[in-house]
Write a protein that binds this ligand. Structure first.
Ligand SMILES: Nc1ncnc2c1ncn2[C@@H]1O[C@H](COP(=O)(O)OP(=O)(O)OP(=O)(O)O)[C@@H](O)[C@H]1O
Length: 312
């Protein structure tokens, strides 16, 4: 291995997945998958259940050996990195610790094994908001606290790259907001942050880039704005009116379609918001709401993964 391979910050932190494939006996969990994750950005790794996300992350971290293909971090396979904990911090599931041990003692043990200074333990406890709970025994920790402890552990080596599988699991809304701030802050420091999640609305706020896979294959990847803009979902205009019959007639005559939406609203497609407003005015229809709905990540995700979302 080269000298640069041992240094955590010696290379750029890019993750490159190239032709990665994992064949289990009956299932091709990951199928010729290629994508790149850039430093300085939060990348959301998305896919329906059984898409192969966890298997991919495990292959990147050398916990599962690929059938074919490669995954590198800063140009090196994880297995070839001399001090991997200084290069990559990862949580693949909520942290496990000895039940009778406190969070501080647990992290001290991990720090000792990893060769990190003990002072780093209190720093990471502070970073994840566990300082006041540091002396409590692990057995009393909620799932959210375990997630925070997992992140603290991942950050012990001050790694260039963070890989987190479903880190928001078990967090309450305040915890999710906290996690967003933490991960975005880490990316702003130039780190690579790769996060898998099922929470698409949260991902839309959190991630700069997206990689979407389904049935082991790449569906799309790119910056969040361009992925969301990729949705061919016909943009709808949400309207609310006490004169629905007149509006339905006017919309249909103008070549649009109108269907009931949620909470008494209706959704117009085939016409844009100014056209619907003008039609309403011309037809003497009173409007209580006129909103152009934008495609969001959830719409685009469902559209792109439709038919490939079978749970395998
Ligand atoms: N050790 C294994 N042996 C056999 N099949 C496996 C193994 N691990 C995963 N699989 C299968 O590979 C496929 C991909 O699983 P994986 O856990 O990677 O998907 P995922 O995208 O992380 O799913 P989820 O979002 O549900 O966690 C699934 O069909 C799963 O059943």
């Amino acid at each position: 291995m080269s000298a640069e391979g041992s240094g955590a910050l010696s290379n750029n932190g890019q993750i490159v997945v190239s032709g990665l494939t994992k064949q289990y006996r009956n299932v091709r969990a990951v199928d010729n998958l290629s994508f790149v994750v850039e430093p300085g950005r939060v990348t959301g790794f998305l896919g329906p259940n059984g898409a192969g996300k966890t298997t991919t992350l495990r292959m990147v971290l050398n916990l599962v050996s690929p059938t074919s293909g490669t995954a590198t971090i800063s140009g090196h396979r994880y297995a070839d990195v001399a001090e991997p904990l200084k290069l990559v911090g990862a949580i693949l599931e909520a942290s496990a610790a000895h039940k009778g041990r406190t969070a501080r003692n647990h992290l001290r043990c991990v720090a000792a094994v990893g060769g990190f200074p003990t002072s780093r333990v209190d720093e990471v406890l502070e970073l994840v908001g566990l300082t006041t709970a540091a002396k409590r025994k692990f057995r009393g920790y909620s799932l959210g606290m375990k997630q925070r402890l997992g992140i603290a552990q991942a950050l012990l080596g001050n790694p260039q790259v963070l890989i987190l599988d479903e880190p928001a699991n078990g967090l309450d809304p305040e915890g999710i907001r906290w996690m967003r701030g933490l991960l975005q802050g880490l990316a702003q420091q130039g780190r690579t942050v790769l996060v898998s999640s099922h929470l698409l609305s949260e991902m839309e706020i959190l991630a700069d880039d997206v990689v979407i896979i389904a049935a082991g294959k790449l569906v799309t990847q790119g910056p969040m704005e361009s992925i969301v803009g990729q949705g061919t979902t016909q943009a709808a205009v949400r309207v609310r009116t006490p004169n629905i019959q007149e509006l339905v007639a006017a919309v249909r005559e103008a070549g649009g379609a109108i269907n009931p939406g949620s909470n008494g609203a209706h959704l117009v497609t085939g016409l844009d918001a100014p056209a619907v407003g003008k039609l309403a005015l011309q037809s003497g229809v009173e409007l209580h709401e006129l909103v152009a709905e934008k495609p969001d990540l959830e719409h685009v995700f469902l559209e792109l993964t439709q038919g490939r979302a079978a749970i395998r």
